[in-house]
Design a binder for this molecule. Sequence first.
Ligand SMILES: [Zn+2]
Ligand SMILES: [Zn+2]
Length: 143
Amino acid sequence: MNSITNIFREKKLKLTPQRIAVYRYLQSTKEHPSAETIYKALQTDYPTMSLATVYKALKTLTEVNLVIELNVGEGNFRYDSNVYPHPHIQCISCGKVDDVENVSFSDLNSKISEFTDYEVLTNKVYFYGVCKDCKDKAITLED
Ligand SMILES: [Zn+2]
Ligand SMILES: [Zn+2]
């Protein structure tokens, strides 16, 4: 059986082709696309799907925690179907967003608890830097 079908059933989500397409696309990529990027990528297969529909599907998927919304400070959101807490890094030169793998900040919550009387539930850690491609390009330009 289709696993997306099962996941949606578990979350009691109606299986609309749009939601399935958006979720499947997010699962196929590690690029943390924006709604516009998802919309453009799905145009060929779903020519009648509007950008508003993509936004609506993303909103629903975020509400049931199948997708996380990333605010990397660009004014628009990026989306990720990897909902397991993980840090992100964005290139300040080309804007791409990558996962930082094999590192966990779950102990950060208890650490922060020592400095606040809040009950700390979660955290979002973003790093910024220059990706390898951009760094290589800069070196070539210097020659
Ligand atoms: Zn870059
Ligand atoms: Zn991610």
